[in-house]
Design a protein around this ligand. Sequence first.
Ligand code: FAD
Length: 467
Amino acid sequence: RKADIECQLVVLGAGPGGYTAAFRAADLGLDVVLIERYAQLGGVCLNVGCIPSKALLHAAEVIEEAKHAADYGVSFGAAKIDLDKLRAHKDKVVGQLTGGLAGMAKARKVRTVTGKGQFVSANEIEIETAEGKKLLRFGQCIIAAGSQPVKLPGFPWDDARVMDSTDALLLADIPKQLLVVGGGIIGLEMACVYSALGSTVTVVEFMPQLMPGTDPDLVKPLADLLKKRGVAVHLATKVAKVEAKKDALHASFEGDKAPANTKYDRVLVSVGRSPNGGKIGAENAGVQVSDRGFIAVDRQMRTNVPHIFAIGDLIGQPMLAHKATHEGKLAAEVAAGEKREWVARVIPSVAYTNPEVAWVGVTETEAKAKGLAVGVAKFPWAASGRAIGLGRTEGFTKLIFDEASHRIIGGGIVGVHAGDLITEVALAIEMGCEAGDIGHTIHPHPTLSESVGMAAEVFEGSITDLY
Ligand code: FAD
């Protein structure tokens, strides 16, 4: 069969992994086709993930800050929400970024094809486009098909009041009573948004801690503030059933700490994401996919089929945009013949909640579990001039050092802008910094970034009187 499209490199999926790979490969001189089933490029992150959620979180932050300002004598009165305008703002932010991508693809002569792609052989993908099926023949391929929300079975998904994260970001209305099933990053970010907009939010988490896997001390200031704002958090509780009735969604729970309220106007299910590896006909290309839908790769992002690479959410945790982009760039460079491999030591994680929670490298919990000989240094923001000025002293900065070498191996920050602050810690780990290197670096005063330098000095013993 004659191919409708031929190219040196095809990228399947135009999320942060895919578009980065396509652009880098084109910059390196390859003839690239980018396949995306949706008309807008950008994948989950730009369309229904990182970007719209952060636009809404900013609005939520302004509302909370305005309330908080009353404490220092500046009162604004109750927030008036024009939902149509807020939604339009979020859509404009998304449109600006996805439109920019289309321009960048064009400038690089990356051919984009809108349609769903499926492998039919190790060198062919069939694309279902609006104009019918098209056969594409490629020399090399980068699979970047991403992930999708886990749809818990037994929930009445055909009822529009039951939402996944994509639905929640549509901002259809502000439910009076919102149940969030799953207290991970996405659930808590949306809890912050809807709570600020005026919903009464109940979060139910199956595990005994919010954001399971994160150091408990980092999560506590967030949990405390959520409680203060009236967000009810129920840990070690299972949502057994949700029934769609006319008056409301009726939920039943299992566990001693179950919510008393059983009627909700909307339910957001945010219990994780599953990779799309099993949905692209990978078997026709001979690419191995795990039962859960993940595709294994080597340090050059090659699958078991050497001319086919895979990147992003579908190759494993953490499912984060900045991991996908780095992998995309690497795969493109290898495909273009460069001798490269994955060398990143750490990948930072951030919950853009209010306050933000960020961590990178070895966590304290992990260090304890593995019996690592570490020193942990904490700098409480109650001792930070900037945090006091902001009225946000609930935060702290924690650094984890190898006890013998004094090299930094991990860190966690909770507080406003923690996500921006964690980058310094990531850089320090990548560069193999010792506590002294960080402590001796002059941080500008008064900034929250000083807390990183101070924590290192706490470890070195040059600051002792913090409490
Ligand atoms: P994706 O972004 O999932 O893109 C894959 C693309 O492939 C999609 O566009 C899909 O339509 C397309 N595709 C799939 N199958 C086919 C096919 N057969 N044919 C054609 N096209 C196909 N990460 C962060 O780092 N920071 C954040 O703040 C953050 N916030 C998030 C908030 C929410 C609500 C959600 C849901 C996620 C968030 N994430 C965040 C995660 C982030 O969105 C993902 O890690 C990232 O998008 C993964 O990129 P990717 O390129 O692997 O895949």
